[in-house]
Design a protein around this ligand. Structure first.
Ligand SMILES: *Cc1c(COP(=O)(O)O)cnc(C)c1O
Length: 348
């Protein structure tokens, strides 16, 4: 069958979890499994991470929290980054979820609701969370707070002065709530050094192999591999048009391997032109990405129908593919589509 195949290596996920635990040096590692665990399947990913010792998980949406609770059963804490939105109290209680409160309106709602909650304070991203001023004036009566959280905006660049500024603001904010377990770092922050770890780190993308500095990191293993079979080998004469439209004209005679994967399988269209795929033992230029098919230039290499090309994986790192496509590793992962056949390696 000619179909793209997405292999998800749960043993590699477990190794990355342990690597992150090493970076965290005693701080808890609480995986972020929003968007169906970055598209890789929240249930198998969460089950395996639970076996590796994870006890707390973050998701973005209430519905993601409900799905994770159903997969994990009672026990692990499941935190919802969207917080407590109007009318969701009953569902939040029913699934034993912990909202991460991101505004004063949500704080008031949580006070009336009485359930456990974590407070998000904005230290410089200007996106969500109480401002430092709002936190300073906050009336804590009637709140059942379990933690304090903030999020870094520039952690992928260790030299960015915003990191130190956000750290300073969170440290000051913490003085107001000294006994709450505190968390600042996502994947990138966890690699920044001891000052950024606090009580808990919240990695997402690095569990799945994305480097903390948006480039491949040899300490992390490949979790997601996308391969596709060659369905056709073509010779194109110099001057001929390739694919749709009249923009792509072969500058010289070319041999192309056509593989059964395209943007409907999650290969971002922009990665055609500048991108690379692994085929016949080498990295080779990806010339075109169409919906179902992509073209790889193979020169004189021996390639035949049925050979497998790797479009993402150990030879084609997530962060390189992201750079070629003009995006970040997170987006590459969440766009991997259900059309590609999924195979899980290792126990869930
Ligand atoms: C998405 C997210 C994370 C995880 O980020 P990564 O870059 O994938 O490690 C952590 N914290 C919050 C608040 C997030 O929204």
């Amino acid at each position: 069958m000619s179909q793209a195949r997405l292999t998800i290596d749960l043993d590699a996920l477990a190794r990355n979890f342990r690597t992150l635990a090493g970076w965290a040096q005693g701080a808890e590692v609480a995986p972020v499994l929003k968007a169906d665990a970055y598209g890789l399947g929240a249930a198998p990913v969460a089950r395996r991470l639970t076996r590796e010792g994870a006890r707390r998980f973050y998701v973005a949406r209430l519905s993601e929290g409900e799905a994770l609770r159903a997969a994990l059963g009672p026990g692990p804490q499941v935190l919802v980054l969207d917080g407590l939105t109007p009318g969701d109290e009953r569902r939040m209680s029913a699934a034993s979820l912990t909202p991460v409160l991101l505004s004063l309106a949500q704080v008031d709602r949580a006070r009336a609701w009485k359930g456990p909650a974590v407070l998000h304070v904005d230290t410089g991203m200007n996106r969500s969370g109480l401002t430092v001023g709002e936190l300073g004036d906050l009336d804590l009566t009637g709140l059942n707070l379990r933690g304090l959280l903030s999020h870094l905006g520039s952690a992928h660049d260790p030299a960015d002065p915003r990191n130190a500024l956000q750290l300073e603001r969170l440290t000051a904010a913490k003085a107001r709530l000294p006994n709450l377990p505190t968390s600042l770092a996502a994947s990138a922050g966890a690699a920044l050094g001891p000052a950024f770890r606090f009580d808990q780190v919240r990695p997402g993308v690095s569990l799945f192999g994305g480097g903390p500095e948006e480039r491949p990191d040899a300490r992390l293993d490949t979790v997601a591999t996308l391969t596709a079979p060659v369905v056709n080998v073509r010779h194109v004469e110099a001057g001929e048009l390739m694919g749709y439209g009249s923009r792509r004209r072969a500058e010289r005679p070319m041999r192309l391997a056509i593989v059964a994967a395209g943007y409907a399988d999650g290969i971002i269209r922009r990665a055609g032109g500048g991108g690379r795929a692994w085929l016949a033992g080498a990295l080779r230029p990806v010339v075109l990405v169409n919906m179902d098919l992509s073209a790889i230039e193979i020169g004189a290499a021996a390639v035949s129908e049925g050979d497998e090309a790797e479009l993402l994986g150990p030879h084609v790192p997530l962060d390189d593919l992201a750079a070629w496509a003009g995006t970040v590793a997170h987006e590459i992962l969440v766009r991997l589509s259900p059309r590609a056949e999924r195979i899980y390696l290792g126990a869930a």
